[in-house]
Design a protein around this ligand. Sequence first.
Ligand code: AMP
Ligand code: MG
Length: 425
Amino acid sequence: MTTLQQITSCMDAYDPEALAVDKARAVVRAFLTPVSTNEKVAVRSALGRVLGEDIISTLDVPAHDNSAMDGYALRHADLAPEGESVLRLAGSAFAGRQFEGTVGKGECVRIMTGAVMPDGADTVVIQEIVQTDGDQVRIPAGQKRGQNRRLAGEDLAAGKPVLRTGQPVGPPELGLIASLGLAEVTVRRRLRVAFFSTGDELASVGSALKQGEVYDSNRYTLYGMLSRLNCDLIDMGVVRDDPASLEHALKTAATDADAIITSGGVSVGEADFMRELLGKLGEVVFWKIAMKPGRPMAFGRIAHAGNAAHFFGLPGNPVAVMVTFYQFVREALLALSGRSGDCAPPLLPVPCTAAIRKNPGRTEFQRGTLSRNDQGQWSVSPTGAQGSGVLRSMSEANCFIVLEHARGTVKPGELVQVQLFDGLI
Ligand code: AMP
Ligand code: MG
């Protein structure tokens, strides 16, 4: 198994005291060991899960050539090269009730959308442009051979892979799986994630606040963010800043979980005994990341009682928890769940309405509101106070404004990259 030491020693300009966001992401990515155990679940229960094996089509979907429109099925060769043609109506074909005969020379069949193409016919003419008089059907000029006809296997072809291992199952995948007639699907087992808050100042909701205490809000934000990722959650509550309690909590979490997420206790003043403790249980690095908010973060893997778990020690400040979660933990947990490919949300360039002061040398994740003016043009404005304790800024915003590492102050009207909360959150 590769160690963090091996990964970071191969990296140019690896400086744990001022680590660029991209470098931190690369270390995390290189160190993950995804779950590989599978289980079978009923189709609907696969929603939000990750496929554990390729799905190969056992049939052609659709199974037969069929009509894409309501109209008349005919033999294109029977149509006059120029001008209109008159054909004789020989019968009808409905979805689920096909025309039994063969369409002969000079004949056509009334056909409904989805009905099997009758033998002999190769083309469908839509009903709106056709005139009928008894069994005489008048077809205008200009019809193309094969038009309005869906081919057997055009959606899924027998023997071809439809979906791949590592693909997430969303609404279209559920439909595709059902269209093959499968009642069960093989998916990766769910990731087990343990999380707790650390701090002597933390009070639990429902209790009276004493002098100097704050309510533990991070565990609720984390609960919300983790729930969206379809993991099994182990909520371990608040753990006090004392070595024995922390050791007990970390050992319990390492025994039960694939990943452990904590908030607080990794900032300079507090990290010392966490560092020592985590060092005893496995390999964890403490970083100062060149970003705002969210500078301190710990990452690694710890083991206890024969089980190993990835460890993410997030900062204590409420906005920093969310930013570090979305910038590092979310993608890591998706990858650990067995998802293949790039799970990073897209960055979209839009003009920024206001100036934003910034120094080069760190990545900033400002909270912004993306909106559209009367002309339909999109722009983004920073929400008010951007302090890392102002959780309201996350609630008021609908996107991150991502200001790249090397970038300086933003002038009004300049393009900035935004990352939409919708789809992320
Ligand atoms: P720390 O990183 O532990 O030094 O915490 C930094 C700041 O975040 C402190 O002001 C804490 O009061 C606050 N904080 C830490 N944990 C939590 C929590 N679970 N809920 C709300 N605020 C917290
Ligand atoms: Mg603390």
